[in-house]
Design a protein around this ligand. Structure first.
Ligand SMILES: C[S@@+](CC[C@H](N)C(=O)[O-])C[C@H]1O[C@@H](n2cnc3c(N)ncnc32)[C@H](O)[C@@H]1O
Length: 224
């Protein structure tokens, strides 16, 4: 049995979560479904931070890699009623469930779910986004990057989840064999983004670790 480490003390996590507002019925139903079916969805404090950023920056156009059942897409939509989201997942079962959840809330016009491998889908896309949320295959963020860079407006953000991967990214002693490749790739992503002069990146020990990267070159994406 592998005991997976958490990067935040339980008592801190519990306290921070106690401060968060109640989620609506739909999100709570989706959380229950995710838990019962062992589907990983964003952690409450990460959802809260994502919503905070969306509202702070007045984000309108969002791209998400990794839809699962549409939980984080719904969180983002709740943060800004006027935003539009394109979200990609390669698992047809997940896509079906996400579309069902989105339709039940009447949001299918604003949240478009695309079924396919993200690298392929991204290569053929030409839209522009204010925020790109990376929550798909954890070892592929660097592969997604050139497409994200191309489609991200100046002043826009790339928000990547699980970047500290239960602490394994920061400490080899926590590293388990079957995660070596993912962890190495995640380190490469973080090093690349941190050194990339087109971006300012901050890595936060929130949830399982998030990296938020601001694309420089414009005061705001509205002017870009
Ligand atoms: C952690 S879950 C996403 C959770 C979701 N963002 C949420 O918080 O509600 C990751 C999802 O990414 C999808 N995925 C992984 N690699 C992918 C890829 N290369 N292209 C498209 N989807 C991918 C998986 O099928 C899975 O449903």
């Amino acid at each position: 049995v592998v005991i997976l480490s958490k990067i935040v003390y339980d008592y801190i996590e519990k306290y921070v979560r106690s401060l968060l507002n109640e989620r609506g019925d739909c999100l709570r139903r989706m959380e229950k479904y995710a838990e019962e079916n062992h589907i990983p969805i964003i952690q409450p404090e990460v959802a809260n931070f994502l919503s905070f950023i969306i509202q702070t920056k007045g984000v309108k156009n969002i791209l998400e890699v990794g839809t699962a059942i549409g939980y984080s897409a719904m969180v983002m939509k709740n943060a800004a009623a006027d935003c539009r989201i394109v979200t990609i997942d390669r698992d047809p079962g997940m896509v079906e469930k996400a579309r069902e959840n989105i339709k039940s809330e009447g949001l299918e016009k604003d949240i478009k779910v695309v079924c396919g491998d993200a690298v392929e889908v991204l290569s053929s896309m030409e839209d522009n986004f204010d925020l790109i949320f990376l929550d798909g295959a954890k070892g592929q963020y660097l592969e997604f990057f050139p497409h994200c860079h191309r489609m991200l407006k100046n002043g826009g953000l790339i928000f990547a989840d699980n970047v500290l991967f239960r602490g394994m990214v920061a400490n080899n002693e926590l590293l388990i064999r079957r995660k070596i490749t993912i962890v190495k790739r995640m380190r490469k992503y973080l090093e690349f983004m941190s050194k990339n002069s087109d971006y300012v990146t901050t890595v936060l020990p929130l949830g399982d670790g998030v990296a938020v990267s601001l694309k420089k070159g414009g005061r705001s994406y509205e002017e870009a």
